[in-house]
Design a binder for this molecule. Structure first.
Ligand code: ADP
Length: 517
């Protein structure tokens, strides 16, 4: 109306001052466009500009004032020193001061956003601090609906290993209460890196995965947020219907929901971990309790068994000395005595292992001559050797060597090894027992020609209750505690136990006691 007619006719259709008046509306219409259609996040830009202006301005003024003051007060100072120190101080102070200014500006000039941000922070903190998945889900549903009012909202939790999802908190998802849905990971086309949504419910430019519109509409869903662990494992879903306002979901909505879902994932993982720890702790307590009951039971039964056994042994002793018995009867009495001794040793082993487990096994150390002791042991075990038709090759070469040890414990260790040699010897019924000195140790070697022990089993035979699998048909009865006790005895004596064995050839166990110097 002005420029073109002016060019052609030499004058405009409307006066120049009206044109200038109209042109002045341009910035105003731009401003309206920016504010109304959010072309830029103008509030955000203004907010940050004010914050940085105040924070930086304040710091620069302080810097100049301090610099001038210092150079004025300290005459002849090299100016770079205060300049550098002050610059570093200002750099360090920038962030904390900026945060304070932000707080101030938000409160003073941006009251609404401030309240919103405060409420959101509070909500996210509440998610962080929750200790129960159900309460957490209820909170998420309630608060998310306050921030983004929607027609429906539900929080679904994934149950593994069944991989079923069930609703644990909701608004208007009543038809899904008490139902759990099988979730097939194999059916997924992607690993759900983004939320899945109805495209027509979102502002353009929001990154999502397009949903199957039919399915979503049938269930009344508009947005589904997978809640995933750090290992990308799906823990649950946050499902939203359309917005009550009828508007699209905006980028801000999606950002908020993303923040909620990542906090929720961390909280669920933490709660699960805590629950696992509590369960583990309870299980441990239960096991300790059971173990104590077991130990108590085993030791009281063993003690009970010992009383009648002592009587049997005592009366067998009395009967043995009576002349009127025939040779046969005396043989029987010998068997009763031998078997009672064996039973007593078994019971003593059980009592010992209970004490070892509890850490209360005690030893009485004294000076002893091992050779004499081994001879006693052979007498004690004579019955067992005889009944099993074993011959023993014994050689004693410790002479006057003395070890500082518990007499009964050494006897027990040697008897356990000899009993094993008998048990695991099969048809080769010869056992060698030797005592000798070697490298400052008094050694007792027990050698059999039995089934031997495999290399794999050798690693475990000293562990409580471990029993090696012997070749088919040669399985012998036992408790798996004999060698554990021997090992404990040797450790208590600061000695060693060595074993060399080959399946089918036999085993050699050597006890090494440090010599008393
Ligand atoms: P137990 O003999 O009651 O099973 P031990 O603790 O005495 O328990 O022995 C543990 C395992 O070591 C035995 O089950 C057996 O397999 C193996 N073992 C011990 N001594 C011998 C041996 N002299 N010859 C072959 N295997 C042996």
């Amino acid at each position: 109306l002005w420029t073109i007619p002016f060019l052609i006719f030499g004058r405009g259709f409307i006066p120049e001052y009206i044109v200038i008046g109209l042109l002045s509306a341009v910035p105003i219409t731009f401003a309206i466009a920016i504010l109304k259609y959010h072309i830029f996040d103008i509030d955000f830009i203004i907010n940050r500009s004010i914050v940085y202006f105040i924070a930086l301005g304040g710091l620069i003024i302080t810097y100049i004032l301090l610099f001038t003051l210092i150079t004025f007060l300290i005459k002849g100072i090299d100016e770079t020193i205060p300049a550098v120190i002050l610059a570093v101080t200002v750099a360090l102070a920038l962030n904390p001061i900026k945060n304070r200014v932000q707080h101030f500006v938000d409160r003073k000039f941006f009251r609404i956003q401030y309240n919103y941000r405060e409420a959101l922070n509070k909500f996210l903190n509440e998610i962080d601090n929750s200790h129960d998945v159900k309460i957490l889900a209820e909170k998420i549903v309630e608060k998310t609906d306050e921030f983004i009012p929607v027609e429906k909202i539900g929080f679904f939790l994934m149950k593994m290993p069944e991989s079923r999802i069930s609703l644990i908190a909701h608004k208007n998802f009543d038809f899904l209460i008490n139902r759990s849905i099988k979730f097939n990971f194999e059916d997924l086309k992607t690993n759900l890196p983004r939320p899945v949504a109805l495209v027509d419910q979102l502002e353009p430019g929001v990154e999502i995965e397009a949903a199957d519109a039919k399915v979503f509409k049938r269930w009344g869903m508009a947005l589904v947020f997978p809640v995933k662990s750090v290992n990308d494992e799906i823990l649950g879903f946050l499902v939203l219907g359309t917005k009550k306002s009828g508007m699209h979901f905006t980028i801000e909505d999606i950002d908020l929901l993303n923040a909620v879902r990542s906090k929720a994932a961390a909280a669920i993982e933490r709660i699960k971990l805590q629950q696992d720890l509590i369960l583990e702790h309870l299980e441990k307590e239960r096991l300790t309790e059971l173990n104590e009951i077991k130990s108590f039971f085993v030791s009281s039964v063993s003690h009970e068994l010992k009383t009648p056994l002592t009587s049997i042994k005592m009366f067998t002793d009395i009967l043995k000395d009576q002349r009127k018995f025939s040779e046969k009867s005396k043989d029987y009495l010998k068997i009763i005595e031998g078997e009672s001794d064996r039973l007593k040793r078994l019971i003593d082993n059980i009592l010992d292992i209970t004490k070892i487990e509890k850490g209360i096994k005690q030893y009485n150390f004294e000076n002893i001559y091992p050779d004499g002791l081994i001879k006693d042991v052979l007498e004690v075990i004579e019955y067992q050797l005889e009944i099993n038709k074993f011959t023993v090759d014994a050689s004693f070469d410790l002479k006057d060597s003395i070890v500082f040890a518990d007499k009964d414990a050494i006897k027990e260790a040697v008897i356990n090894l000899l009993s094993n040699a008998i048990k695991y010897s099969g048809e080769n019924k010869t056992i060698c027992i030797e005592t000798f000195l070697s490298n400052g140790f008094a050694c007792i070697k027990i050698k059999d020609q039995g089934v031997g022990i495999s290399e794999e089993d050798l690693k475990y035979i000293f562990q409580p209750f471990y029993r090696a699998k012997n070749p088919e048909g040669t399985q012998t009865s036992g408790t798996g505690i004999g060698l554990t006790i021997v090992k404990h005895i040797m450790d208590a004596h600061k000695g060693k136990i060595e074993v060399v064995s080959e399946p089918g050839k036999g085993s050699v166990f050597t006890l090494l006691f440090p010599l008393k110097t």
